[in-house]
Structures are given as structure tokens and as C-alpha cells.
Design a protein around this ligand. Structure first.
Ligand code: NDP
Length: 244
């Protein structure tokens, strides 16, 4: 069977668990060489060890520019280049506006938005030198509309969507594509407190990490060669409109 990502070098942030781990598995299954980059050393190392030869773990706090430099340098040393970056690491926090502390705001902006910015900055020189690259930034349906209590998260995910478009515009001629993915309700630790049957999802169920993985593989691969600056909404139709 032919693979869609033969030997492509991919970095997935927050790849140790949750949705990120599903991306890692799917990309690896398509022949990619995958760097699991995460704060979680034990889980990330175990996943890389389980996948074997074409997988590596690198410790990474996405808010740390120096750590990004180390991860990119180690990847280039090991595998020669970086073809794809999946900026998936994210955190969420909530609270009414009057009680939404500065610390909450700073934390969610730092990981979701600044972390994505730093990742893009870190990989672009390598991608530019290679004349090709695909950046996949994980936003959310909350990067498309507001959500009660999720002020910093919504602002960060809107920011990721805008950042992705500005990168697409600036770097298209360098052969670098950038697209954002906007998942709806997906079954993970982050959404454990929300019952999907209460949400207006036309497909009638919440999503799973595997429901997103095909979209990320598509954006990483040459199947999406003419797609840049796009926002792919993967939400079971939740944002398509209102039913009766
Ligand atoms: P999880 O919390 O399950 O996993 C996120 C991963 O990112 C964890 O391994 C986490 O490690 C890691 N991480 C957190 N902070 C950092 C950091 N500073 N540096 C490096 N890694 C970090 O989240 P999900 O899998 O649910 O979400 C993944 C992405 O998908 C996020 O961007 C999220 O916003 C987005 N998303 C999720 C939806 C959902 O329904 N779950 C819906 C829409 C979007 P640790 O455990 O140590 O914090």
C-alpha cells in the first residue's frame, strides 16, 4: 500500500496524549517520521517508543522560544529537515469576565496563541531553505464564534486563525502553506464536562480524535497542495446552521 507521507518529517506539539496522539499515530501510519513534542515526558517517550524507528520524542514547552530552537535543531540533525508542523498543544480555562483573572488570560494566550506563533517562527527558516512546508494550526470552532466564559481561549483561537492566514499570504511564494483546523466537540479530557447530546450537532454525535486525524493528514500531504490560508471546520455540522 502506498503511503501519503513517505518519510515526511512532521512535528506535532501536544502529541503525547489526547487529540495530538491521534495525529501522531495517523501521520506515522501514512509513512511520516514524527516528532512527538510535549511537556509530558513519560507519555511522549512511551508513544514514540511504541511507534518505533520513525518516531522521536522531544520535550517542549511551546511558550519557550529556546526550547523550540532546540527541538527544530534536533529534528534537523536527526532527519535533515522539517516538512510539516502541527501546532496542536492547547489549554482551556473558563470563568465569567469579571472573575477571569489576568493569570488565566496570560496562560491561555501563551500556550494557544504565542506557542503557535513561536512554532511557526522556529520552523520557517528550515522550510524556506527546502522550498516547501505545511503548517497546520489547530484552532477550534471557538475561533469562529464567541463562547460564554471562554474569553481567553476564544481570543487565542481567533488569533490562531488570523495568524494562519497572514502566514499563508506571506510565505506562499516560498512554498510554505498554512491552514487552520477548527474542531467542534471532541471526546477528550478538555471536554469531559460537556455532554455532546446537548449540543446541536447535525451528525448526531460528538467527535473523536480519529475524526480529526484524516483532515490533518490531508493538510500535511500533497493532496492539499493548492490549499493555503483555509480554515477547515470539523464539527459534525455544528456550525453549519440552525435546525428546526
Ligand atoms: P489535551 O489537554 O487532552 O492535550 C493537550 C496536550 O498539549 C497535552 O499533552 C498537554 O500536556 C500539551 N500541552 C499543554 N500545554 C503545553 C505546552 N505549554 N507545551 C507543550 N505541550 C503542552 O487537549 P486536546 O487533545 O483536547 O486538545 C488538543 C488541541 O485541540 C488544543 O489546541 C485544543 O484547543 C484543540 N481543540 C480541542 C477540542 C476538544 O473538543 N477537545 C475542540 C476544539 C479544539 P499537559 O497534559 O502536560 O498539559
Amino acid at each position: 500500500m502506498s503511503h501519503r507521507l513517505p518519510d515526511r518529517v512532521v512535528i506535532v506539539t501536544g502529541g503525547a496524549r489526547g487529540i495530538g496522539a491521534a495525529y501522531v499515530r495517523a501521520l506515522h501510519a501514512e509513512g511520516a517520521r514524527v516528532v512527538v513534542a510535549d511537556l509530558l515526558v513519560d507519555e511522549g517517550s512511551a508513544l514514540a517508543a511504541e511507534l518505533g524507528e520513525r518516531a522521536r520524542f522531544e520535550p517542549l514547552d511551546v511558550t519557550d522560544a529556546d526550547a523550540w530552537e532546540r527541538v527544530v535543531a534536533a529534528t534537523v540533525r536527526a532527519w535533515g529537515t522539517v516538512d510539516v508542523l502541527v501546532n496542536n498543544a492547547g489549554i482551556a480555562n473558563a470563568g465569567p469576565l469579571e472573575h477571569y483573572t489576568r493569570a488565566k488570560w496570560d496562560a491561555v494566550i501563551a500556550v494557544n496563541l504565542t506557542g503557535t506563533f513561536l512554532g511557526c517562527q522556529a520552523v520557517v527558516p528550515t522550510m524556506r531553505a527546502a522550498g516547501r512546508g505545511s503548517i497546520v494550526n489547530i484552532s477550534s470552532v471557538e475561533g469562529l464564534f464567541g463562547s460564554e466564559g471562554l474569553h481567553g481561549y476564544v481570543a487565542a483561537k481567533f488569533g490562531v486563525r488570523g495568524l494562519t492566514k497572514s502566514i499563508a499570504v506571506e510565505l506562499g511564494r516560498a512554498g510554505i502553506r498554512a491552514n487552520s483546523v477548527h474542531p467542534g466537540w471532541i471526546d477528550t479530557a478538555m471536554t469531559a464536562k460537556i455532554d455532546p447530546s446537548r449540543l446541536p450537532i447535525p451528525l448526531g454525535r460528538g467527535g473523536t480524535p480519529d475524526d480529526l486525524a484524516g483532515t490533518v493528514v490531508f493538510l500535511a500531504s500533497d493532496d492539499s497542495a493548492y490549499l493555503t490560508g483555509a480554515e477547515l471546520v470539523v464539527d459534525g455540522g455544528m456550525t453549519a446552521g440552525v435546525g428546526h
